[in-house]
Design a protein around this ligand. Sequence first.
Ligand SMILES: OC[C@H]1O[C@](O)(CO)[C@@H](O)[C@@H]1O
Length: 749
Amino acid sequence: MWSFLEGLLYDNTIEEEYYRKIRQKSSSKSAVIVGLVAAVGGFLYGYDTGLINDLLEMRYVYENFPANNMSFTSHERALITAVLSLGTFFGALVAPLISDNYGRKFSIIISSGIIFNVGNILQIASTNVTLLCIGRAISGASVGILSAIVPLYQAEASPKWVRGSVVFTYQWAITWGLLIASAVCQGTRKIGNSGSYRIPVGLQFLWALILYSGMLFLPESPRYYVQKNKIQKALDSLSKLRKLPPDDPDLIEELVEIKANYDYELSFGATSYLDCFRNGGGRHKQILRMFTGIGAQLFQQCSGINFIFYYGVNFFSSTGINNYYIMSFVTYLVNTIFTIPGIILVETIGRRQLLLWGGVGMSVSNFIIAITGVSISNNETKSILSVCFSCVFIAFFASSWGGCVWALTSDIYGISIRQRAISITTATNWLVNFVFAYITPYLIDTGHHTAAIGNKIFFIWGGCNALGVLFVYFTVYETMGLKLEEIDYMYAHCKNARVSSDFKSTKIDFARLDENYNAVDSASPHESATTSSPPSKNEKDMSSSGGITDPINCGHNDFVPLYNSKLPTANTNGITIVPYNNIISPSLSSSSDSSTASSLLNTRNHHNSVSSTNNTIAAGRSVSTAGAGNSTTGASPSSDYLSYLESLKSEYSGAPHYTTNNNNSQTLHLSNTNPSTSHRGSVSNNGSISNASKIYTEKDLKSISDEYDLMMRSGTGNTTNNGNPTTDTTIIATPFFTRPPDSSDDEDE
Ligand SMILES: OC[C@H]1O[C@](O)(CO)[C@@H](O)[C@@H]1O
């Protein structure tokens, strides 16, 4: 009755909406800052690749570097231009070896701080083609590594509503790199000594310095930490990225979902490069996804964009334009300016529409340039039209395919193979880049062993772009507005790419999915998992408010919690995660329990194993309540999870209190008025908590920010060697799972 009256007097949903927006805004701001710093990796890409266009046209360079000391032959030109792409190709391929083992952040720092600088030193020292090529290949390897990691890092660090835009800034940084390289070369090309090329090359030390020093201040990707089973660190990093306190329910919900998704994928066994090309193992339509990523990168490079950026000066001079340096600079400017609409469009009209319409625009403008070349005899008209439509083409490319391809390829792969898959798609970009960089001089130059097709090359680009449009129509699934964890699910449940735009953000109970992303528990099916037609994207959904609130299904099973796996240790901010390790027990009580469990066990028999320490059958996958629903809908966690919580609570003195979060993880609030006394809570090495002198109830903590302040005020949070927290502690008892014992690929502890 009271709630009805309250509802009439006061619409608290408005308030919730208001706070949700404030929180989202602050998370977005933080993601954009992180994204922009990382995007400097794109700047290196653009600057380094752009330099060559101007360097080769510098008098000092073409009088000193070529063998004949007069001008570059087609062969020398092709070699110098293409060798960078070759280095980048191999760099992109080896990126996962560093990134999956040592982290995204470390890889970016090492690549820009060491590898790139070594290559740069060699380029500056060089006075002939050979050393120049070696230097370019080494810095190329660094640019390649960065190109496979930076967009991934940006995507993994961003909330879903700005993810596409953040990754698009990587492309924007590339365009700035190209533009600044061109501007710097304009300024130095008239210097009559080696400064003409050494200054622009040397400036790269500065760009690299900005990147690696900036990265030192950014958090590691929370998804990388989840892969490493460093949940506490993942939480800290997510908290920094989202600017939310570490025990914020939305934050924990996001973390639980990432972990549940990873556990789900990993439950099918360890992965290798080959799994990028295999369907199954929780990676639905994986072959199609690989085809999509590789194809998107291939068509981006076949668009003809680098014909203009690598050979622009050459091309414009051949069309009879006098100020071709200026013209080339204008094309870089158009590229940079028109990337801005793309940053907005990728999160408004979506990836699919952007690629489709962008491709149409690119194709039409290419054909106009080609037809102009063969049908108009007046040279002046011809060159004006060529220049104008080159700019139209660049504008379409910049606002669509340029950045959208990076956003798409960072979106579409599951966490267990994401870095490898992206490295393969990125390597494709570089391989095609290399091929075109190498063959273009032979196609357009006049002279021995060249095709001399001139402007007609735009027929090739136009045709490729038209094919690209068809490719997108049939293969590209819309990923806008979906969390990375939801994308696998969309691939499983959308019949084809054309209907994918109708798929909406969905809360997923990974515990209830078989390897085809279908609900395994037919007795109480997961609502979304059994939805035959995909729900509409327009339906209100916010990750923070829980999206679809499905009933929790875990109440049917008997789970045996393990208290002695990963030990919780309080971290510096006083948060302790106590994982609830679900293991499917062989002793399931009801028949439906047994059938569910046996279906789980049977489905993945090959990776189930027997744990030698506790004699329980450890299913390759574990069962979660993660993301399964919102406690306010009346759902309740598994009874065993509750008994687990009871056991934790019984370790406390005083009445137990805990907060139920959206994901049904529980937050227990412990505090102590005098953290230095022996009454403080301590975490013993079997994971139990004891001696807490006071437990805060939820009511004591009026709001999230009060709660946060309380924790922050309470001390520095030092921990002693035995894991005893010396300050107030918030314990998050969360339904994480034991990792499959046979998955050894990522464990490093
Ligand atoms: O902006 C143009 C630049 O963008 C890229 O296609 C990468 O996305 C580069 O190959 C090209 O030089």
